[in-house]
Design a protein around this ligand. Structure first.
Ligand code: SME
Length: 160
């Protein structure tokens, strides 16, 4: 497969996701290595949208542990129910946070992160990882991100 992403930034965000997702699918199809697929997914999302931080936390025993990511260094371990990531894990639900300072218990890995979306990866109904996307702009995520990223995390679930 081509190792360059086709990205048309004149499209709407929803259209850009529609252009990007099949490319991530092509990039990961036939590749059995979980880390390779998570790494390319994080890279593709950051390359396409220029997010401040994109990465995965993997459920290991009773904690989330930092997995493949793109962006500045980040907290390594997050406990269940803590921060946005730990809350998404505990609730097995996507959390959209327009202003991280308004989220009780938000874990600030960087003061530049202003808004955030966290989407769980569910395998047979159990959370095995979460995707965390951070923006340096307030209110940067909406239903279009949620819908596309939830769709993408259904694909990601097949890698586990
Ligand atoms: N802000 C997250 C922690 C992870 S970093 O943003 C990369 C949280 O509150 O769970």
């Amino acid at each position: 497969m081509a190792e360059e992403l086709l990205l048309d930034t004149t499209l709407t965000k929803a259209e850009q996701y529609r252009q990007l997702l099949p490319q991530i699918e092509a990039l990961t199809t036939g590749e059995p290595d979980l880390i390779a697929n998570l790494a390319n997914t994080a890279a593709a999302l950051r390359q396409a949208f220029g997010f401040f931080w994109v990465g995965f936390y993997l459920v290991k025993d009773d904690e989330l542990v930092l997995g493949p990511f793109q962006g500045p260094i980040a907290c390594t371990r997050i406990r269940k129910g803590k921060g946005v990531c730990g809350s998404s894990w505990a609730q097995a639900a996507t959390l959209l946070v327009p202003d991280v300072e308004q989220f009780p218990g938000h874990i600030a890995c960087s003061s530049e992160s202003k808004s955030e979306i966290v989407v769980p990866v569910l395998k047979d109904g159990v959370v095995v990882a979460v995707l965390d996307v951070d923006s340096d702009q307030l209110n940067d995520f909406d239903h279009a991100d949620q819908q596309a990223l939830e769709h993408l995390m259904k694909l990601a679930a097949t890698w586990f």
